[in-house]
Structures are given as C-alpha cells and as structure tokens.
Design a protein around this ligand. Structure first.
Ligand code: COA
Ligand code: AMP
Length: 628
C-alpha cells in the first residue's frame, strides 16, 4: 500500500486482500476507461489483470506530465562518451518528438496491434521509438544491438513487424558497428518482409538506403503530423521482448499495458524511493528488460529524469566514468549489473577515480541481472558509503521479484542475498517433486500463481509454450528456472539456474543455441557448451567438441572457425571465445551429456563421478585439460 509504514505491513496488506491492494496501486495511473475487474482468473494462462480497463502507456509517460505543467522538466539526459555528446530532452520535447514519430509510423501504415521492431544503439531515438509505438497502441520488439543478423532475422520472422526502426551504426569502444548491413542481411534471411524501415543516420557511419523500403528517420519525423494517443485494453500487448530459452529459438515474452504501468509506477517509490523530478540512472541497454522497464517506462511514468548512457563502465574513457555521470547529473539512484562494478573494481580497486567527483546526490546503488558476488557488493558499499541493494528479476517478470525497499527502510545488508519478495509475489522453494521446503533448504524458486501484474502473461502467439516452459512442472506454480533458498529472516538467496541458461556479463544466453551453432560445423560430431566461472563477466561460455571420424585438420583451425561461427550467427554479445576439441564427452548410460560435471572441472571444483556415467574415464581427459 502506498503509504504503508513497513515492509511487513505492505506485504501483509497484499496477502490479505490482493484486489484491494492492486486497486489502490492502480490509482497512480491515468486510465481512459476503468477496469471491469481487478483480476479475471479465467483469462489466459493463469488469469489477467485489469480486464476491460483502457489506457495508453505513452500518455502515462509523457502527455500527463506536460498537461500537469511539468513540460520544461528534463525527461531524458542522453550522455554518450562514445559520441562525445550530452543532451537533455524536456518532457515537452520528448512528447513533441514522440508524437511526430508516431505520426511517421502511422503514415507508414502502423496501427493498433501491429508490430514494430526496434534495432538501435543507446540513442534517445530508441526510447522515442518505443514510446511512439506505444502511443499508436502498436507492439514493439526491441532487439539488442550486439546480436547478429541471424538472431535479428529470427525475431523478424516471429514478430512479423510492419516497420523496423534502426540506425546506421552503433558505437563500441574502438569500432563502429554498422547496423544497416546486419539489418539488410536479417531481412534477406527472413520469410517475413517489413513494409518499411526507418533509419536514423548517425554521422559516424552513414547507411545506404534502399529506395521504396528505407526512409530517413529525421526526414520522416520532420515531415510527420503529430499523432495522438490510441487507448488500448490493459490486457493488450505493449511489447514483445525475446529472451534466451533452453533451445536455440528465443522466447517472445509478452508484456501487457495495464499491469505493467501499475507495477512500474509503484515500484519507483516502493523499491527505489523516488518521486517526480528525481534523477535516476539505469546503466544497461534498451535491448534488455532492465532497459525497457527502468531506462524508459518506469522513470518516465513517475515523472523522473532518466539518464541514458551510451558508454561502458571502463574505457570510456576510464573506470571513473560512472562517478563522472553521477556527479554531473546529480543521480539519486544508480541501477546497473554487478559485472559493471567488477569491471570498475578490477581497474581501480582503491576507487581513486572517485576523487574529485561529488557523489553526495547518490542515495543507493541497485544491482541486478546476475547475483552480486559478496566481495563486489562489499567493495561498492565501502567505496561509496551508500546502501548496495541486489535485487532479483527476469525478463518474464518485468519488475523485481525480490528487492530491498527504500520506501520502507532497507533490510540489514546481507552480501549475496537478493532481498525479500515484493508484495505481489508468493515465493517458495520447492523440491523436484513440487513439495514446499522449509526455510534454509535449497531448491527450485517458484512463485505461486497468479503472478502479479506486470509479469508476462504469455509468449508471443504461443500460450502452449508458455504453459510448458513455466507452469507445467509444478501445477499451480510458476517455475522461475532459478535455484536458491529463503533464510529464516525471509531473505532470498538466488544461487543459479536450474536449466541451460547462462549469464555472461549480466546478459542472459542459451548454451543450447550455441551448441546448435557448433553442431552445424561440418567437422563436428557432437558438442557441449557450458558457462565457466569468469572473474569479470560472472560466467563465460566454453565449448567442447568431438570431431567426426577421419577429420585430420589442425584442431586450432577448427576451434577458430567455431569461435567465428558463433559470433557470426549469435553475435559478439555471446562472448564465445573458447572452443576445445576433445576425444569424447562424458555421458550418462542413456546418452545425456554430463554438462554439470564438465562445468565443475572447468571451474576447478571437485567433480565426483556420477553413478549414471557410461564411462568414468571420460572425465579424465577434461581433468588433464584443466590441470586437475
Ligand atoms: N552492439 C554491438 N556490439 C556489442 C554491443 C552492442 N550494443 N554490446 C556489446 N557488444 C559487443 C562488445 O563490443 C564485445 O565485442 P568484442 O568481443 O569485439 O570485444 C562483445 O559484444 C561482448 O560484450 P560484453 O560482454 O559487454 O563485454 P565487454 O568486454 O565489451 O564489456 C563490461 C564488459 C563488463 C564492461 C560490459 O559487459 C558491461 O558494461 N556490462 C554491463 C551489463 C549490463 O548492462 N547488463 C544488462 C542487464 S542489467
Ligand atoms: P534476464 O531475463 O536477462 O533478466 O535474466 C534473468 C536471470 O538472471 C534470472 O533468472 C537469474 O538467473 C539471473 N538474475 C537476475 N538478477 C539476479 C539477481 N539479482 N541475483 C541472482 N540472479 C539474478
């Protein structure tokens, strides 16, 4: 409840009467038509929130602040050490640009329910494209710039966009990434063709435009007639965000409009303690869920100023970059991934580069995307002298499952723990048979249905896959895919995935999709990819391949080809740099590859010989490889 004095009160309020709790939370959103019910359990895979209600998400992010007289306040600060630019956009300016881009998209035929793919670097136009799509009641799907053409193509084929909004290039340290050739290749590979592409020309590398299909972004916006907000149902999709599943095919997580607006608006105060006008910085990318929720939608819904940073924690120009941004823009809360802190710690362990920057505006550091290892959490806490809050969530939920709550006062600092469940989540640890385990036991972290508002209600046009992936293992529960435990204080410890997903530099990747790429190499008979421990990135993928009989080419050549193939098919974000040829892979008698044993050996851990192993000596070669 908005004014609840303590976490226990708020959580208790929700538990006692979820409908009353969510009705009160929903009051922070401007609805064009009130909902008919708070929740309808008969709709969708587990029920739907606020059915019958109508709203427009873009209106809640922009128009209403301007109408309330706050048009001159900064909405977005674009800070790009890559481009050497800092630019502030007021709410009035964001609204004008968004309404015009919506007009340009409408002129290209985009209407309510149509999909728009956004494949862009961290430029303000990416946020504006998301908001413009939402303004039309259309559905965006943002694709992270570090994915290769084939990954983009899969998403084009699945989402079937009417229009694609892209840019001529992205800027990575030391190189300009030309997006347009990747986009052209992706469209050429896709069975679905968009009607049009809007291309933002960046001066660092201009793109060739294909007449009749490609349009210059700036010209289209300049010539467009501003478009108003199209109301949509609370249950209509706002976006589809593809994320790694256990197979090569990514999952299109759907986000609806109503529940999403309600929980994000509320989270800004409850979790992060922010009010309109506060400056907030999420150092992530709009291509990830964290970027959707906390670079664009939540801060703007709340009327905050959101910093959009096109740069890295280190090397742009140095490990003091984050401290410079905090001081320059008077950031109150920084939200980033632990890997960013590890990168800074590695280069500037004493924090010498904080000197000279006034960090007094900073109230707390929030971390997510992967578990924050305790040494890094403690280092950041000691360096900044501010609370460090690790909080756990996933693309599917769209907002934190567990957190520390600035509105209620933070829990005592427990490095390694992800905080306590947000009101709305009934979290328990289950054993593999679905029994609820007592506190202190490790098992499957599961959420009792229904999931709260904001959580993905389905996968894009694939209810069946949603049920199979998340709801079928433990009837009545949503399986998060994470393992962990809840301690006697109620603090949650998320210890790792129970499936083949790995987390590399806060990026979620599927080892299954990398294995599909390795298996497609002409010389490979079988393969396994695991996530090995990495000092900087948390995990790093490592591939093991067995060659087909008779292949006599140098192993080093094949390994190089495999590394190049993963980069070409999945993209640089996979960070796949290590492929090794082995004589055989350890397997169970039924033929299942023992990936956990391989991972333990690669990590230098004790890897007991599993009783189901077909041939115990199969582990010996790996032990030798890793000097064990
Ligand atoms: N477009 C194109 N390429 C991209 C890209 C993008 N948007 N983002 C990353 N890449 C490339 C990088 O240039 C790198 O390429 P390389 O192999 O040629 O060096 C590769 O993908 C791997 O990138 P990354 O894993 O990010 O490693 P890095 O060495 O460039 O940077 C960190 C390491 C820790 C600085 C960086 O990962 C980081 O800032 N992480 C924060 C993570 C984050 O924001 N996660 C979001 C969830 S909260
Ligand atoms: P993504 O969908 O890309 O946000 O990745 C979600 C996954 O990242 C989760 O299922 C976890 O495995 C991991 N994750 C995210 N945040 C945390 C955290 N704070 N602690 C532990 N794991 C996390």
């Amino acid at each position: 409840m908005t004014n609840a004095p303590s976490y226990a009160d708020a959580y208790g309020d929700w538990m006692r009467d979820p409908a009353a709790y969510w009705a009160e939370e929903a009051a922070g959103i401007t609805w064009t038509k009130p909902w008919e019910k708070i929740f309808d359990p008969s709709m969708g895979a587990f029920g739907q929130w606020f059915p019958g209600g109508e709203l427009n998400t873009c209106y809640n992010c922009l128009d209403r602040h301007v109408e309330a007289g706050r048009g001159e306040q900064a909405a977005l600060i674009y800070d790009s050490p890559m481009a050497g630019t800092v630019r502030t956009f007021s709410y009035a300016e964001m609204l004008d640009r968004t309404a015009r881009l919506a007009g340009a998209l409408a002129a290209l035929g985009v209407t309510k329910g149509d999909r728009v793919i956004i494949y862009m670097p961290m430029v303000p136009e990416a946020a504006i494209a998301m908001l413009a799509t939402a303004r039309l009641g259309a559905v965006h799907s943002v694709v992270f710039g570090g994915f290769a053409a084939a990954e983009l193509s899969t998403r084009i084929a699945d989402a079937k966009p009417k229009v694609i909004v892209s840019a001529s290039c992205g800027l990575e340290p030391g190189r300009v990434v030309r997006y347009k050739p990747l986009l052209d290749a992706a469209i050429a590979m896709s069975p679905h063709q968009p009607d049009a592409c809007l291309i933002l020309q960046r001066p660092q590398a201009l793109a060739d435009l294909q007449p009749g299909r490609d349009y210059d972004f700036d010209t289209a916006v300049a010539e467009a007639v501003p478009h108003g907000c199209v109301p949509v149902l609370a249950t209509d999709p706002l976006y589809v965000l593809y994320t790694s599943g256990t197979t090569g095919k990514p999952k299109g997580v759907v986000r609806d409009n109503g529940g999403h607006a309600v929980v994000l608006w509320n989270s800004m105060k409850m979790i992060y303690g922010l009010k309109a006008g506060d400056v907030w910085w999420t150092a992530s990318d709009v291509g990830w869920v964290v970027g959707h929720s906390y670079i664009v939608y939540a801060p703007l819904m709340k009327g905050c100023t959101s910093v959009m940073y096109e740069g890295k924690p280190v090397g742009t120009p140095d490990a003091g970059a984050f401290w410079r941004v905090i001081a320059q823009h008077k950031v109150k809360i920084l939200f980033t991934a632990p890997t960013a802190m590890r990168a800074i710690k590695q280069q500037d362990p004493e924090g010498a580069l904080t000197h000279g920057y006034d960090l007094s505006s900073l109230e707390a550091l929030y971390l997510a995307g992967e578990r924050c290892d305790p040494p890094t959490g403690v280092w950041a806490f000691e360096l900044l002298g501010k609370p460090v809050v690790d909080h756990w969530w996933q693309t599917e939920t769209g907002w934190p499952i567990t957190a520390g709550f600035l509105q209620f006062g933070l829990f005592p600092f427990k490095p390694g723990s992800g905080g306590r469940p947000c009101p709305g989540y009934d979290l328990h640890v289950l054993d593999d048979e679905g029994n609820v385990l007592p506190s202190g036991s490790t098992g499957n972290l599961c959420l009792r249905l229904p999931l709260p508002p904001g959580c993905g209600p389905t996968l894009w046009q694939d209810d069946e896959n949603y049920r199979r992936s998340y709801l079928s293992d433990f009837p009545g529960w949503y399986r998060t895919g994470d393992a962990g435990m809840v301690d006697t204080d109620g603090d949650v410890w998320v210890m790792g995935r129970t499936d083949d997903i790995i987390n590399v530099a806060g990026h979620r990747l599927s080892t299954g999709s990398m294995e599909e790429v390795l298996a497609s190499h002409k010389d490979v008979a079988e393969c396994a990819v695991i996530g090995a421990k990495d000092e900087l990135k948390g995990q790093t993928p490592m591939g093991f391949v067995v060659l087909k009989a008779g292949v006599s080419r140098p192993e080093a050549d094949i390994a190089r080809e495999l590394v190049a193939l993963v980069r070409e098919r999945i993209g640089p974000v996979a960070a796949f740099k290590d492929a090794r040829v082995v004589a055989r892979l350890p397997k169970t008698r039924s033929g299942k590859i023992l990936r956990a044993s391989i991972r333990k050996i690669a990590d230098g851990e004790n890897a007991p010989v599993p009783p189901t192993i077909e041939d115990p000596t199969a582990l010996d070669e790996l032990r030798t490889l890793f000097g064990g």
